[in-house]
Write a protein that binds this ligand. Structure first.
Ligand code: ACM
Ligand code: ZN
Length: 549
């Protein structure tokens, strides 16, 4: 017994030592996602009250960094616009020296005298994020940053996370916190799933009942959807929505961190909350109530009623005014056709338009909305069901039921974002322990996320160019609080970030886990909860990082 405790004690001492030196011994210097190229050098740059910040001009990235240094690190460091020359103890943020860099790339040179971050737009911001990851988390009188030369750029342009705020609602403050962590891991698209059967979460001025009625459900099913027959309910009203002012605030906050927010307004399915508010938009006329259990509901928008299209155009007008993103996600998934099969208006539409069946009617629906959005200069993204009955001409496909939808779309020369459930659904169980909190099902440990290859082997190199990237999806049927949500998202989202950013040939799971150890203390400082399964092999994680971030 004592022997075991002593052995554990020795192991933990050895482990503490390893983690303390992890960054020194690590060819990637603890940076997640691993950069394209890192050349370590001797010496350190000392960031202190005397350090001066120079920038070509005060861009978004420059203000972000200045604010971070002054308000998070509490240094007096002043920003000067102009050429630093070789001024000692300076950090230079510049667009010079970026020749030949791919989009979003940066070059970082750290010497004992100067840090030079060379990049344009997002590239400069990502160089800054790398510097922030090199700042030791321990609080000290001066901040020592190890010398190195780094060149870096992403493998994929689209690196996303989706948050479902319909099944459970998450505050503006929490969404911003998630955006902060996304930026830290160089993720750049936040897909905001704003409407679904169980709640409409975005204020639309022209249709106030969407939030008055549609954002509130009477109660919520208890436990796993399939656990109990009959289902039991908690008898507790649940609701919430974002005002347009709040949305504008979040969109700006994300843009300042080079993150695009893509809003999702579901159609023609997952629309029961709308029908509860405006029953004339359904095939039967109702009455309907906002969804109280999970799964797929038969009641969807009536595709034969022109008021539906006019309603959606009005909604999308307000959505487009709030979200400057090129893409608007129109959903398109899980739309049962049972109501359409029996609805005289839907059947008349099929006849009048010469459509083959209800799948073709869904295609008509999506194409009509695409035409509208295209006329306003926007592009649509839809879940892979939009392939059924014929793809809308300019649509991007989000492949979720596997990779087949992505393959089919790429072969039809359509852009694709991969998000197959098997690798990218962050609502699945992370371990087989009976102590895991209730999840939707399935098994997706961090190692499996890390093993994901977004480009299907079935595609030629020409077709592979349509794979724009991938995305982790956080569906929240069972995720009803922020601690639990973060537990599900981190570190799986960091693993996906590395899949999407780092060169394929550089990927190495053991090396990734070693670098993650450095991040646990940083996430603690950011008060971010995270799952610890990846560290359980060694039985210990570093908790030594304390300080300023
Ligand atoms: C989805 O998971 N229904 C896109
Ligand atoms: Zn109908």
């Amino acid at each position: 017994m004592y022997k075991t405790i002593f052995a554990l004690f020795l192991t933990s001492l050895a482990f503490a030592n390893i983690t303390a030196n992890a960054q020194d011994n690590d060819p990637n210097m603890g940076i997640v996602p691993a950069p394209v190229s890192v050349k370590k050098a001797t010496g350190q740059f000392v960031l202190s009250q005397e350090t001066v910040l120079y920038a070509d001009s005060n861009t978004k990235a420059v203000s972000f960094f200045t604010d971070y240094i002054q308000n998070r690190l509490n240094l007096r460091t002043q920003l000067k616009i102009g050429d630093a020359g070789s001024a000692a103890n300076s950090i230079v943020l510049t667009a010079k020296g970026t020749e030949g860099l791919p989009e979003q790339g940066y070059r970082l040179t750290i010497t004992p005298q100067q840090i030079i971050i060379a990049g344009k737009g997002a590239g400069l911001f990502y160089g800054i994020q790398t510097v922030l990851q090199l700042i030791p988390a321990e609080r000290a009188a001066s901040i020592k940053i190890p010398c190195a030369t780094i060149e870096d750029y992403p493998r994929f342009g689209y690196r996303g996370l989706m948050l479902d705020v319909c099944r459970h609602f998450f505050s503006v403050e929490f969404v911003k916190k998630m955006i902060d962590v996304m930026a830290y891991y160089k993720l750049n698209n936040f897909h905001w799933h704003l409407t679904d059967d169980q709640g409409w979460r975005i204020e639309i001025k022209k249709y106030p009942r969407l939030t008055e009625i549609g954002s509130q459900r009477a109660q919520t099913v208890i436990g796993n959807y399939h656990d109990r027959t009959p289902q039991q309910f908690d008898n507790t009203p649940y609701g919430g929505y974002y005002t347009q002012d709040q949305i504008r605030d979040v969109v700006k906050y994300a843009a300042d961190r080079f993150i695009t927010i893509i809003p999702e307004i579901e159609m023609p399915g997952h629309s029961l909350a709308v029908l509860a508010a405006y029953p004339n938009l359904g095939c039967t006329g109702g009455p309907y109530e906002v969804g109280t259990h999970w799964g797929v509901y038969d009641d969807i928008y009536c595709a034969g009623n022109d008021s539906v299209y006019l309603f959606l155009q009005d909604v999308l007008d307000e959505v487009m005014a709030l979200f400057p993103s090129k893409y608007i996600h129109i959903g398109g998934d899980e739309s049962p056709k049972v109501r359409w099969e029996k609805c005289p208006k839907c059947q008349a539409r099929i006849k009048q338009e010469g459509l083959k069946d209800e799948h073709a009617l869904q295609s008509y629906f999506i194409q009509r909305m695409e035409k509208y959005l295209n006329s306003k200069g926007r592009q649509i993204i839809g879940w892979d069901e939009i392939l059924e009955g014929g793809l809308a001409p300019n649509a991007t496909v989000m492949s979720w039921r596997g990779i087949e939808g992505g393959i089919a779309a790429a072969k039809q020369k359509h852009d694709v974002i991969m998000t197959p459930g098997e690798y990218c659904y962050l609502d699945k169980y992370q371990s087989r322990s009976p102590n895991e909190p209730l999840a939707i099902g399935g098994f997706l440990p961090v190692s499996k996320v890390y093993s994901y290859e977004p480009v299907p082997a079935e595609l030629s190199s020409e077709e592979a160019r349509y794979i724009k990237g991938a995305q982790g999806n956080v569906w929240t049927e069972y995720i009803n609080n922020t601690d639990y949500l973060e537990y599900m998202v981190y570190p799986r989202a960091a693993a996906l970030a590395e899949v999407l950013w780092s060169p394929k040939e550089k990927r190495n799971y053991d090396d990734f886990v070693n670098r993650l150890k450095v991040h646990t203390g940083r996430l603690d400082l950011k008060k971010v909860n995270y799952a610890k399964h990846v560290f359980e092999v060694t039985g210990k994680i570093t908790g030594s990082d304390k300080g300023v971030q």
